[in-house]
Design a binder for this molecule. Structure first.
Ligand code: NAG
Ligand code: NAG
Ligand code: NAG
Length: 217
């Protein structure tokens, strides 16, 4: 089914991979971006672009009210994130009520295993990865644990949310993926594989109201 999809964080490497795949699959895209010159022409000439940052409630509402009912977010913490500032968490405080206002019914949000799911099992590799983030990039840990709960607190049957948690992202091919929980999945994921999985999961809705972890199979 061709959908109109609102993409947040579309200029990130995973976001770009998704936009290319979504356009190939005949979806209509609205992109909310801070810097439109980061978009290759193959994407910008085939999508509606709204420019703004995550504090700009008016620009966010313009993007969210543009007709899409499916939203996908690739927003994630950046290396340069300053201590005590949680721009994505602040952004989601504006975004989620707007998605509810405009009756979005499928919402997929990128996160990492730093945000735990009840189904997660113990994995030494994941435990170490989460500890490294916690100890060395605490703002990233706090950000993930700031915005993900804003999504998971909302009724799943309203937004149709799925919080998909990614490991280390790589630039490989669209290989098969495994979607499950910590303890079942691996430590790396190719961005093109993630894009294909997302396009399937939007329709299949296997993980509505859940926070799957995804990796290469
Ligand atoms: C926007 O992106 C372009 C292309 O990556 C870059 O050259 C430019 O410096 C960016 N502008 C800002 C304000 O970050
Ligand atoms: C998108 O726009 C470009 C022109 O920049 C065009 O060549 C391409 O075929 C269009 N379609 C898709 C699906 O990328
Ligand atoms: C989601 O919303 C769209 C657009 O309003 C509608 O066509 C579709 O049937 C809805 N899907 C569900 C599962 O409610």
């Amino acid at each position: 089914m061709a959908r109109h999809i609102l993409v947040l964080g579309g200029t990130s490497p995973a976001g770009l991979a998704f936009c290319f795949a979504a356009l190939r699959n005949s979806h209509t895209l609205t992109l909310y971006v801070r810097n439109a010159s980061k978009l290759p022409t193959e994407i910008s000439s085939n999508a509606t672009t709204i420019v703004g940052d995550l504090h700009d409630a008016a620009a966010l509402e313009k993007a969210i009210s543009g007709g899409a009912k499916t939203c996908i977010s690739f927003l994630g913490p950046v290396q340069s994130q300053k201590k005590g500032q949680l721009p994505i968490t602040d952004g989601f405080k504006i975004i989620v009520p707007l998605l509810q206002k405009y009756r979005y019914n499928r919402t997929l949000v990128l996160s990492t295993a730093s945000y735990k799911a009840p189904e997660d099992k113990f994995s030494i590799a994941y435990w170490l990865m989460i500890m490294v983030v916690y100890l060395l990039v605490r703002p990233a840990y706090d950000e993930i644990n700031g915005f993900a709960p804003i999504v998971t607190r909302t009724p799943a049957d309203e937004l149709g949310w799925t919080v998909f948690r990614v490991p280390i992202l790589k630039n490989g091919e669209a290989v098969p993926v495994k979607a499950g929980f910590v303890g079942d999945v691996g430590l790396s994921l190719d961005r093109k594989a993630l894009a294909e999985w997302l396009l399937r999961e939007i329709e299949e809705k296997k993980f509505v109201g859940k926070c799957p972890a995804v990796s290469n199979a």
